[in-house]
Design a protein around this ligand. Structure first.
Ligand code: 2P0
Length: 358
């Protein structure tokens, strides 16, 4: 047994649900998008990734475990390396708080290997942004482990982005935009920015219907690449639609205008799925149940004479339904009436992103 100490920290990060969607990469190497996007960060009650990062001179190689199973060769994965090495480059000295003694010099962190263990509390790769929570939690755990300090605000989000695009938005709570950037050659301006914090609109709720927990058959990365190569609608969307919607939805969120927020959210979900259908060969993420939920919610809003619910779907069939606190029981009852088998609907509030040490 080696006598080298093992340093260890744990962090958790929630998932986020985009209301204006990221779909399409501008630069695959830097993992940057063709358009801005914005999302609501969910709370950590049900949907989160919890990651423990350990470092020691006694470790022989970098290793990764996901949900308790070791991922062979994962430490060579480009996304994993970008996150671990990106945070390592911002390491600081670790100082004993009692004695002031330097325990690890900042340049010595790089000499150690890391062991990372992460688990998700929700279906992986079923369109519930598990990679967003996973990479955000990896970056956060590494930040705590090596006492990393940003050189400019938002830098950690540029690192999480290289793990998974949507992960950059999970580092903050509330309503969070991902500005696509592109004015800097290294894309260091492609980063997340908090539009409103988690206390701004406490009445907003997300009801999540897990329609299927099967792994999706077209990964986001490959789907995006086919869409960029073949969809005319995607080009139109990036050039002419998204920036107007971003401005309008940020204004709606800040004004707590649920009618406008909901309309924009549904329109953007629909356009994202239309670009999937416009992709050749087409990609189908929603199934018949997803589509029925859309019809039910439009009928419910029409019955109410106002917009009380707004759906959005990511790269999978699961519905996320935004509503307000005063209607959440009604929406939940409506869903259970039609789909009694879906006992598992999560109700989440927007909350603070990462930075929570376990
Ligand atoms: C989003 N999605 O904005 C959109 C909506 C899916 C539909 O971000 O290749 O897993 O890792 O950067 O972040 C899913 O894409 O893709 C996604 P990568 P990611 O939330």
């Amino acid at each position: 047994m080696s006598s080298s100490p093992i340093y260890i920290e744990t962090a958790s990060a929630p998932t986020n649900i985009a209301t204006i969607k990221y779909w399409g990469k501008a630069d695959a190497k830097w993992n940057t998008p063709i358009n801005d996007s914005v999302s609501v960060t969910l709370d950590q009650a049900d949907l989160k990734a919890v990651t423990t990062a350990a470092a020691s001179l006694s470790f022989e190689k970098d290793r990764l475990w996901l949900n308790g199973v070791e991922e062979e060769g994962a430490a060579e994965n480009k996304r994993f390396r970008a996150c671990v090495d990106g945070v390592m480059a911002l390491a600081t000295d670790k100082v004993d708080p009692k004695t002031g003694e330097v325990l690890v010099k900042k340049e010595d962190w790089k000499k150690m290997h890391v062991h990372i263990s992460s688990y998700n509390t929700f279906p992986t790769a079923a369109g519930l942004a598990s990679s967003a929570a996973g990479y955000a939690a990896l970056v956060a755990a590494m930040m705590f482990l090596v006492g990393a300090k940003e050189e400019y605000p938002g830098q950690f989000s540029t690192i999480a982005r290289q793990g998974s695009g949507s992960a950059c938005r999970s580092l903050y709570g509330g309503f969070v935009a991902w500005r696509k950037g592109g004015d800097k050659p290294d894309w260091s301006d492609s980063m997340a920015q908090q539009v409103a914090d988690e206390n701004h609109w406490p009445e907003i709720r997300a009801v999540i219907m897990v329609v299927s927990d099967e792994k999706k058959d077209t990964s986001s990365t490959s789907g995006m690449s086919t869409s960029v190569a073949t969809s005319e609608l995607l080009k139109h969307r990036a050039a002419n639609v998204v920036s107007k919607r971003m401005e309008a939805i940020e204004k709606a969120f800040l004004a707590k205008d649920f009618e406008s927020f909901g309309q924009l959210t549904m329109a953007d979900s629909n356009q994202f799925h239309a670009t999937c259908l416009d992709t050749y060969p087409p990609i189908f993420y929603m199934n018949d149940v997803s589509k029925s939920i859309i019809r039910i919610l439009h009928a419910y809003n029409a019955w109410a004479g106002e917009l009380r619910s707004a759906y959005t779907y990511d790269a999978g069939p699961n519905a996320v339904i935004f509503t307000l606190d005063k209607y959440v029981v009604e929406v939940g009852a409506l869903m259970l009436h039609y789909y009694p088998e879906f006992g598992e609907n999560y109700i989440s509030n927007p909350e603070f992103g990462t930075k929570i040490k376990e």
